[in-house]
Every structure is written in C-alpha cells, then in structure tokens.
Design a protein around this ligand. Structure first.
Ligand SMILES: C[S@@+](CC[C@H](N)C(=O)[O-])C[C@H]1O[C@@H](n2cnc3c(N)ncnc32)[C@H](O)[C@@H]1O
Length: 475
C-alpha cells in the first residue's frame, strides 16, 4: 500500500478496504480470507480467484455492480480503474460540459469494467469496443446483467482501427487501457536478461496473450491512436490513454507535439505497489488540459487558489504598434532566458504564450552578465556580432541555439531562435501562461503558473525580471 497516499484525492480506496468487514458483509468473499501469522485477515494475492473475489466484491459494495470475470481473462483491479475515471472527471470539468457525457472505451475486455463504473457512477453513455469474440460476449452479458443497456453499447471492432469504426458521431472523450507489452518475452521479468534481479510480481498475473501483448507494444498502439486522433481532431473532445511503462511517455509526448495538439496533460495513477500513467490530449483551444492537476500531486498538496501576477504599464501611450513592440520585447526576453515558447495565440488586443523554463536562468542575472563579459574578453575564439552560436551542455539539458538578429517588416529588430532542442526527459522547472492585453488604453501583462506544485517564488522572480527589463519609458 506504499503509494495509496498518492491516489486521486476522491478515490474511495485511499483507505484500503477492511477485509474483516467485507467478509462479514459478503459471505462469498469471506471464504477467500486467511489469517496471517500476526492474526490479521489477509488474501492470497497470487491466487487469481482471490483477486477476482476482491474486484467483484468491491464493484458490488461500492457501485452496486454484479460483474462476471472469466478466470482466463484480465482481472481488473478496481482502485486503478477508479483513478483513471476520476482523472477523466477532472479533465472533462475543464470543458464546462456537465451532462449527457458520451465516451468510448477502446478495448473494454470481458469485464467491461470502465463503462460499467462510468455509467453507474456518472451516468455517462459509453461505447465499448473490443476485438476478442469471447470478451465481446462476456462484456455484453455484464451490461445486460446490470441493466445498463440504455447507457452502454458493446461493439465488436476490427483490429485495424481503434476509433474510426465508432467515432461516427461526436464524443466528449475516449479512453483506453492498451496492451502494454510488445512480446510474451517482456511479460515475465525472468525471461528478460536485463531484469533477472527483479523480484517476482506480488500479484498473480492472469490474462490471455492478446489482451496484454501487441506488436510494437504500447508505444506503437498509442502511436496509432494519436495518428487516428489527428484525422478525427475535434470529433472527440478529449483523447486519453493509460500507459504502463514510464519510458513510453517521452516518444508519445514528442508525437503529440508533432501532430500539433492544442494541449495535453499527463497523470500518475498510484495505487498499492503499482504506478501507471495517463496521457490526454485535445484539438480544442477553448480549454487547456494542462490546467488539470496531476492526481498524484493533488493528493498531497493543499489546493488553494492562486492568483495571476499582474504588471500594468500605465504610463505608456498606446498606439497601433504598442502590442507588437511588447510582443517582440517579451519574446526576446524569454528567449534570452533560455525559455521555451510553446504556443502563441494572437487576437486583436490580446497575445498569449505558454512559457516553459527548464532551469533558473533569471536569478543573479547581473553577476552572470559580468562573468559572460569577462569570458568573452578572454576568449580568442570566433565571435560574430550578427550570428552568435552557443552550445550549452549540462547534465540534464542539451540545448543548441543559434540566435540571429533580424529586422521584421516594420523595421523592428528582434532575436530569433532557429533551433531549440530540449531532451524529452527533462522536467520543466516552471510552466506559465503569459497574457498581454490592451485594456482601456493600458497594457497589462499577466503571468500565471500552470502547475500548483511549482515553487511560487519562481513566478514572482520572473515577474520582477520582466519589470526590470520592460520599462514603460523604453516602449
Ligand atoms: C489490457 S486489456 C484492457 C481490458 C479492460 N479495458 C481493462 O482495463 O481491464 C486490452 C484490451 O484491448 C483489446 N484490443 C486490442 N486491440 C484492440 C483494438 N484494435 N480495438 C479494440 N480493442 C482492442 C484486447 O482484446 C484487450 O481486451
């Protein structure tokens, strides 16, 4: 139960179920309980029948669901499934839609566990897809047994497509627990030479190969999903998937950037001794998925609302060029600080950037400048005023930037980054939205951090840096 404290804050299994109570309430569960040497009632987690009894009992007790789970198929663990549903609730709340939510569960399995929980808990309408004939039959029976036919439709689909067969109408979201492994070999840690020292899994593992193994593993499976989403774009508001291995995240996030999603969000699902990950993306710009707090962080940080920091340049005279001039100056300022500008939207009197900093480049700037000048004067190497090449290599960030001075069509000189490469494994230090607005002939700059767990001091320091370097008299 090492990671239960990081479970989603609304997950009812944060406090582990009391086996004694459960046994008293459900006699069919009691027969699987054993006394351990300390006299505590326990379950044999290596026995698939015990795992199934626990999952079935929790679904009965907490969701009034009666679910058939064939022993030769994947036995769903309920705390993890609930973590995913709760995260979807958080993501959907960003869209503003509260009722008549419609979703697709790709690969629902024999239990049809996600649609059953989603529709009994939230009254969501679900289309559940599956390729395996036996699983389709069992899933349909489970829907019928729980009288949820009006909310859940099980569809037998073709292996070739993940969404296209069913995403004919519009949906609010899609979800997926993909086969995680690329080969049977990967399944058993003992087969993999690299992992011979790994302990045996604590839980019994029971599933058919097709449920958990797919050619190319989860990266290829989710790559297909991302590529299909690129074609369907706004047909589905939020695309999402579970990820079984952390190292699958970097290539998939890279692909999301390449297909130019409007925003994406990742989550960590912690339960018992297992961690899984979630990835969600959208092609809508009316909501920002980055605003969704990672459930494992929300579980441990107190949630107090944060206000954006505001700098109003009141003394300047606003003309047609003002917004553009400030835009150029701010872009140069962020680029000089080695920050990454992810998205820029420009509308009439408003400009918005998403800014990402990977290291603290804004503190002690004067000292850094003096050191740079000293190094430059000592240097005998090539130094060209127009093109400055610098290669900064540190343990975490590899950044290659070629800065060029150019004039735009309005004759305003600016610096332009030609190439900025940041390793996908590097975690941002701070991500913030920067808004420039012209309101009542005043320019207002507003910055707001996206993740609640970032150090708020950084935002204050960055705002101070902006104030020091963007003086009204210089506009
Ligand atoms: C890891 S299991 C997940 C089962 C269930 N959703 C759960 O969480 O317990 C993956 C499921 O996806 C199904 N599947 C594989 N490829 C599929 C495809 N192209 N379309 C729909 N389902 C697929 C498999 O048959 C399997 O039942």
């Amino acid at each position: 139960m090492a990671m239960n404290k990081y479970m989603h804050p609304r997950n009812i299994y944060k406090t582990p179920p009391d086996f004694k109570q459960l046994g008293e309430q459900f006699p069919e569960f009691k027969e699987f309980l054993k006394l351990d040497i300390t006299g505590k009632l326990t379950l044999d987690f290596k026995d698939t029948k015990c795992l199934r009894a626990l999952s079935q009992t929790l679904l009965k007790k907490d969701f009034a669901l009666d679910v058939e789970m064939p022993l030769n198929k994947l036995i769903p663990t309920i705390p993890l499934r609930l973590n995913y549903i709760l995260w979807l609730e958080d993501l959907l709340s960003l869209t503003g839609k509260k009722e008549a939510i419609r979703g697709i569960d790709i690969g629902t399995g024999a239990s049809c566990v996600y649609p059953l929980i989603a529709s009994s808990k939230n009254k969501w309408s679900m289309v559940a897809t599956e390729v395996d004939d036996d699983s389709v039959k069992c899933a349909e029976q489970n829907v019928k047994n729980n009288c949820l036919d009006s909310l859940i439709t099980v569809v037998k689909v073709n292996e070739e497509s993940l969404l296209k067969e069913v995403a004919i109408e519009d949906f609010d979201f899609c979800m997926c627990n993909p086969p995680f492994f690329g080969s049977v070999h990967e399944l058993n840690p003992y087969y993999s030479a690299r992992k011979t020292s790994r302990p045996r899994p604590k839980n019994s593992f029971c599933a058919t190969v097709n449920e958990v193994v797919v050619k190319g593993g989860e990266v290829e499976f989710v790559t297909r999903l991302i590529n299909e989403s690129k074609e369907l774009t706004t047909k589905i508001k939020i695309y999402s998937t579970m990820i079984g291995h952390k190292n699958s995240l970097p290539p998939l996030k890279k692909l999301l950037r390449e297909v130019e999603v409007k925003s994406f969000s990742e989550a960590e699902f912690c339960q018992g001794n297992t961690t899984r990950w979630g990835l969600a993306w959208t092609f809508y710009d009316s909501f920002d998925l980055k605003k969704c707090i990672n459930p494992s962080k929300a579980a441990v940080i107190p949630c107090k609302p944060r206000k954006p920091l505001i700098y109003a340049l009141e003394t300047i005279t606003v003309n047609d060029q003002t917004l553009h001039t400030i835009d150029m100056k701010l872009q140069k300022l962020f680029i000089d600080l080695h920050m990454d500008l992810k998205s820029i939207s420009k509308k009439n009197n408003h400009i918005k950037y998403l800014v990402i900093a990977y290291k603290n480049t804004w503190s002690h700037q004067r000292r850094k400048k003096r050191e740079d000048q000293r190094k430059a004067s000592e240097s005998t190497g090539e130094n060209n005023n127009d093109i400055e090449k610098s290669q900064i290599v540190d343990t975490e960030i590899t950044e290659v930037r070629i800065l060029g001075k150019r004039e735009n069509e309005n004759g305003i000189e600016g610096h332009f980054v030609k190439k900025l490469k940041i390793s996908d494994n590097v975690k941002p230090l701070i991500e913030f939205n920067c808004d420039i607005n012209i309101l009542d002939k005043k320019v207002v700059i507003q910055i707001e951090d996206i993740n609640l767990d970032t150090n708020r001091d950084y935002l204050h320091q960055i705002m101070q840096y902006i104030k020091n370097n963007l003086k009204p008299e210089e506009i």
